[in-house]
Design a protein around this ligand. Structure first.
Ligand SMILES: Nc1ncnc2c1ncn2[C@@H]1O[C@H](COP(=O)(O)OP(=O)(O)OP(=O)(O)O)[C@@H](O)[C@H]1O
Length: 614
């Protein structure tokens, strides 16, 4: 026999545990109670069926903050006794969802938990409300999870029973609305200080489209309806950015994203920003501040732009302190990225001076953008991006229009080593050693036909373009080559003699990253590392020492060919090496420093000996 199952049991919610969850894990701090009170007031104003009404003389919301308590009056739709049961008491249920359970786009609240945040600062929440039908309901809830509700058919009946609450009577006598009263616990008094409430109210609701006032010692200070920064004239926008983002912007421009109901202002930083540091944004949803800090509103390359936006359709997280990482946010991010890009191209074409100032500060950001954008934008951007080269700071397309081939060094070190010779030979050499440069050049080689003429070159291959000597001359210089090699063995370089322009350069010291890597792997190998064994297996055992190439076109080197006195040769070769070392801006080891000292000591010695003889 099967027994029929009993009626299903209901979950029990421990309010105390829930409040702890909100305060410690959801909200960043108790301050959110001010936001939630204001938010409920603003929503109630929107939900008032007869609004807007000129007949109601009351402001939308009044926050009365005498210091030892906080009362929030609103002239919104009010709550009926049924509403209290259905929405206020049922945690997680909100009147602000439509029949399908979707958040209503004209209202801010949606989760049905906000009111609980009042328990973060207050031992109890007292609500007194008059519905549009005229009933009065009082609801008093305490943090231990208990509450009492009482109802009266009209304001007169309520007033008869409550003659000692003239402020509430005065407010509710004029129409529907709600009064929420909070009082601090001993540990939360600080949150009720009038200036603190004023600051929080301004931060959260300064731009809200509602007549909000803060009452402090009989004065009423307006809080809402501060104009949005993008509606201000240009000069005031700059002052706004200075005050709010702490930067004097290089430029500001408005942005809009229809899908997110978003309007905003982009502020281009007037200071150099370290790439990778997230810019500060200020985000509002339906007029209420959601966050002031990091948000994924721009692609990573957009680190030079801060945004202040209001998006009516953006989705907040339940804590209402961040944006939900969803498709709408991704779409918004893409669109805002496109608008920053369009501003850049407009500026580059229309305001060269501003664009140059932008480049001085943010060229790395621009290169990061060039790496990430689509091909059309990339080809447009690359016309604007200067690269450091032996013929100055120039965009790649310009270099390729003026020269058949353009060489590319992929590290700053290698650029320095090869720059002098490339200059003398009349082929521009581009330095691709800074952040993103190599990737942009690689992309240009792939996506622009002219990019094929960008030729990557590293010192080793570059040396192959330097002329070798004819056999007869090679025999003549062999003694110098051997002697120089002996002198420089201790420096760990291998010596060659070739001929190259310019003749003013006596020697080049070339050290490719490939060779450095091979040296490193051998060093590790001797320490018995397992990887080193593998690396060694693929190592061709070629000579990985840096190469000192003496220039047989240089008059001084040519004179050395005839010298066999080691007292002259040694310091002379050491000095040539030292010059190449410094010219290529190679790191100077302790051994190198000793050798430089010997070189100059030896040369001085020779010079003095010559003087003494004469
Ligand atoms: N001032 C008010 N006037 C009228 N109704 C109110 C007021 N404050 C709260 N309510 C009612 O109480 C319900 C619960 O409020 P609560 O602040 O907890 O959640 P919410 O505003 O719906 O959503 P959220 O958690 O996103 O803020 C609201 O949906 C609304 O019906």
């Amino acid at each position: 026999m099967t027994s029929s199952s009993p009626a299903p049991d209901r979950f029990q919610v421990n309010l105390h545990g829930l409040i702890e969850l909100l305060s410690e894990h959801l909200y960043s701090g108790p301050q959110v109670f001010v936001r939630e009170l204001l938010q409920n007031g603003i929503d109630a104003l929107h939900m008032r069926p007869d609004a807007p009404t000129g007949a109601d003389p009351r402001p939308g919301i009044v926050l009365d903050a005498p210091g030892d308590r906080l009362t929030c009056y609103d002239s919104g739709c009010g709550l009926s006794p049924d509403d209290v049961e259905t929405f206020l008491i049922t945690v997680g249920r909100s009147a602000k969802r439509d029949d399908l359970g979707l958040a209503r786009t004209d209202l801010i609240g949606q989760f049905g938990i906000g009111v609980l945040s009042c328990f973060l600062v207050s031992g109890e929440i007292n609500v007194l409300s008059r519905s549009s039908e005229g009933e009065i309901v009082a609801w008093r809830a305490t943090g231990d999870g208990t509450y009492r509700t009482r109802a009266w058919p009209d304001i007169a009946t309520w007033a008869d029973e409550n003659p000692t609450d003239p402020e509430a009577h005065e407010w509710l006598d004029q129409g529907p609305g709600t009064i929420v009263r909070l009082a601090p616990r001993p540990d939360t008094r600080g949150w009720f200080a009038p200036d603190r409430i004023a600051r929080l109210a301004r931060e959260y609701a300064g731009h809200a489209d509602a007549d909000i006032r803060l009452r402090v010692s009989d004065r009423e200070i307006p809080i809402g309806r501060t104009p949005w920064p993008w509606t201000l004239p240009a000069r005031e926008r700059i002052a706004w950015a200075r005050e709010n983002f702490g930067t004097t912007p290089l430029a500001t421009f408005p942005v809009t994203v229809a899908a997110a109901g978003l309007h905003g202002l982009a502020v281009v930083a007037g200071d150099r920003i370290t790439p990778g540091i997230s810019p500060r944004h200020r985000v509002h949803i339906k007029g209420m501040r959601v966050l002031d800090g990091e948000a994924d509103l721009l692609p990573p390359w957009g680190f030079f732009v801060s945004l202040v936006v209001n998006g009516d359709l953006l989705h907040p997280t339940a804590a209402r302190e961040q944006l939900r990482d969803d498709e709408l946010l991704a779409e918004t991010r893409d669109e805002l990225g496109r608008q920053v890009m369009a501003w850049l191209l407009r500026t580059a074409r229309g305001d060269r001076d501003l664009f140059n100032r932008f480049l001085t500060l943010h060229h790395t950001g621009l290169k990061a953008l060039a790496v990430a954008c689509d091909t059309d934008d990339f080809l447009a951007l690359v016309q604007l991006l200067p690269f450091s080269s032996t013929v100055g700071e120039r965009p790649l397309p310009d270099l390729l229009t003026e020269h058949d081939d353009v060489l590319v060094a992929d590290s700053v070190d290698e650029f320095r080593q090869m720059a002098a010779v490339a200059t003398a030979q009349g082929t521009p050499l581009v330095n691709a050693g800074y952040a993103y440069d190599g990737t942009v050049i690689e992309r240009y080689r792939r996506e622009a036909p002219a990019g094929q003429r960008l030729i990557p070159v590293e010192p080793e291959r570059f040396a192959a373009t330097i002329d070798s000597l004819e056999p007869a001359r090679r025999a003549e210089v062999a003694p110098l080559s051997a002697a120089a090699q002996r002198v420089l063995d201790e420096a760990g370089v291998r010596v060659e003699i070739r001929r190259f322009a310019p003749e003013s350069v006596p020697a080049l010291l070339l050290d490719s990253s490939h060779d450095r890597h091979r040296r490193l792997s051998r060093a590790t190998e001797t320490s018995g590392d397992l990887w080193a064994g593998l690396l060694q297996a693929v190592d061709d055992r070629a000579d990985a020492r840096p190469r000192l190439i003496l220039n047989d076109a240089n008059p001084m080197v040519r004179r050395l060919v005839g010298v066999d006195d080691l007292r002259v040769l040694r310091p002379a070769v050491q000095a040539v090496y030292a010059r190449a070392l410094l010219q290529g801006q190679h790191p100077v080891s302790a051994g190198d420093a000793r050798m430089i000292e010997h070189a100059f000591g030896g040369l001085l010695e020779l010079a003095l000996t010559g003087t003494e003889r004469s």
